[in-house]
Write a protein that binds this ligand. Structure first.
Ligand code: AVI
Length: 322
């Protein structure tokens, strides 16, 4: 994928900082400490995530891109001509470029993203790399209820939600999200969805704990972020990154583990840690095809096609709104 790198603007706006403070206080004073994974993505976190996708152990990105490339003729045939692609959380726009350049005469591209400056950068990249496809950016938080503006063509809407981002939502939230996509896209819509598949523990734990330490830096950046944005005083080297495959829940869990008994100050509160105590920072759910189909079904979607790679590591689904 060609790589104009996009940076999220910083620092975070005041409203966002207040939300971070509220989440951090609630999560770090709970009996089992936790922080929502959405806060992993400040400017530095977004940069580190992009670096993760280039690590040899992190197979999801390159596998999904491989499927989108290899199966492009089948995907284009199943989608048909004149689709309006609506991407939820377009990242750096690279997968949109790949999709739009393979679809038959796409009518428009609609990236939906909460950060306006990020959206502008994606819109410029896609307009430049796929000239002739109108780009209609929409500023919205797709994790909440939202509607598409009336200027977005109603016919042949194709939602696009790659990257297995669905896996970072708890299954009930994932169903809500898919329901929201269906409501926003309207009757007759389709959805192209990327979902990582269940596989062996060793491969999964390596993917979330690469030898170069990039995922560790990504996870630990959350504490740096609390220090930067909330004037907290976490001793970051006194924590370590851990990634554990939970076979029962079929998800990789990320934690920050306190290496010793310690205290930190956060927004006027003292947060205490016992040696070995953890902060749960992310779940990355992996799907078996039948579970993904059941999830889609519960949210009003019917599976029309599923494409995978030779090793059955990753899946790309085309869903029809029921
Ligand atoms: C963004 N998301 C799909 C990634 C994942 O694989 O769950 C986030 C990530 N966390 C650690 N590595 C990658």
């Amino acid at each position: 994928m060609s790589g104009a790198r996009l940076e999220r603007a910083s620092p975070a706006p005041a409203g966002q900082r207040a939300a971070l403070r509220a989440d951090a206080l609630a999560g770090l004073t709970a009996p089992r400490k936790t922080l929502p994974c959405k806060w992993l993505y400040d400017t530095e976190g977004a940069r580190l995530f992009e670096a993760i996708t280039r690590q040899p152990e992190y197979y999801p990105t390159r596998t999904e891109v491989g499927i989108l490339r290899e199966q492009a003729p089948a995907i284009a045939a199943a989608v048909g001509p004149g689709a309006t692609a609506v991407e939820f959380g377009p990242g750096d726009g690279g997968k949109a470029v790949l999709l739009l350049s393979r679809l038959q005469a796409p009518a428009a591209y609609v990236p939906v993203e909460i950060a306006p400056e990020w959206l502008d950068a994606v819109a410029s990249r896609v307009s430049e790399e796929v000239p002739g496809v109108p780009v209609l950016p929409v500023v919205a938080d797709f994790a909440r209820a939202f509607g598409l503006p009336s200027g977005v063509p109603r016919e042949r809407r194709l939602g696009f939600f790659p990257g297995s981002t669905i896996g970072n939502f708890e299954p009930t939230e994932a169903a809500d999200l898919l329901r929201r996509f269906r409501a926003a896209l309207g009757p007759g819509a389709r959805l192209l969805l990327g979902a990582d598949l269940v596989k062996g523990r060793a491969m999964l734990e390596a993917a979330y704990d690469d030898a170069a330490g990039v995922t560790a830096a990504f996870n630990l950046n959350l504490l740096h972020r609390l220090n930067r944005e909330l004037e907290a005083d976490f001793d970051v080297p006194a924590f370590r990154h851990r990634a554990v495959w939970n076979a029962e829940e079929e998800r990789v869990e990320m934690y920050l583990e306190s290496l010793r008994a310690q205290r930190a100050r956060l927004a006027g509160r003292e947060i205490r840690f016992a040696a070995g105590e953890t902060i749960h920072t992310e779940n990355s759910h992996k799907y078996r095809p039948e579970r993904l189909e059941a999830l889609a079904d519960a949210a009003g979607w019917r599976a029309r096609a599923m494409w995978t790679d030779q090793g059955r590591l990753f899946s790309v689904w085309l869903l029809d709104a029921r």
